[in-house]
Design a binder for this molecule. Sequence first.
Ligand code: KIV
Length: 275
Amino acid sequence: MKQTTGTLAAMKASGNKISMITAYDYTMARLISASGAEMILVGDSLGMVMLGYEDTVPVTMDDMVRHTRAVSRGCGDCFLVADMPFMACRISKRDTLLASARLMQEGRANAVKIEGGTEMADSIRAVVESGIPVMGHVGLTPQSVHALGGFKVQGRELAGAQKVLDDARAVAEAGAFGIVLECIPAPLAKLITEETGCITIGIGAGSGCDGQVLVGQDLLGMYSERTPKFLKRYAQIGQTVTDACRQYCEEVRSGVFPDEAHSFSLDPEILKALH
Ligand code: KIV
């Protein structure tokens, strides 16, 4: 059964936890969909994980549309959320609506995710009113990494915690169906989860959220440039890939590959005629 904002809200109501994983291509989307995860996020983390940038700032709308479209072909029953990239929602309402429409129409997403709190409430409201489900994203918002002074836990001091709470409230009041809570203290995430009607999806926000999200390449051990405290690796696929490729290279060099089992034969009579 295809996941919807309704099935996800029902999971919150009944206390069943929601799993979300990022994906950026068709193959990974199919594998994640087969795992039983309820949600896939095409995060702008693709800038770092897939495109090799230092942060998410250089990611463009065209990048997001191309990767979202690829994931949509393989996401099966997962509810597909796509990130609005840097500045896509901060210039004008018209630009925000056009960018959201591209992710839905060209990317075939089921919802868009908008980073930011109180200052983004009007934009979120406009997108929701146009009929597009919106996820908010508060706490550590990677698109503002330069303003925040790095990838740091948010809301540890009273003023910071109050800001995160106010941001979450503003996003919920603007009509978002869900909020990503990134890198905030676990008790604060629990408070937001209990207080807002939105589903909360945590990353580095403890177990009191309605669900969790991790970057697929992180949880699979394929991307090792950053290892935040909250990250748990469930496999070492990166090492497996390197080992397999090394063995292939050795076999090519030594002539072990390709052997007869991996080659096509030719009738000896035909070969004779060619000679
Ligand atoms: O871009 C992304 O992958 C995200 C998650 C970390 C929530 O926003």
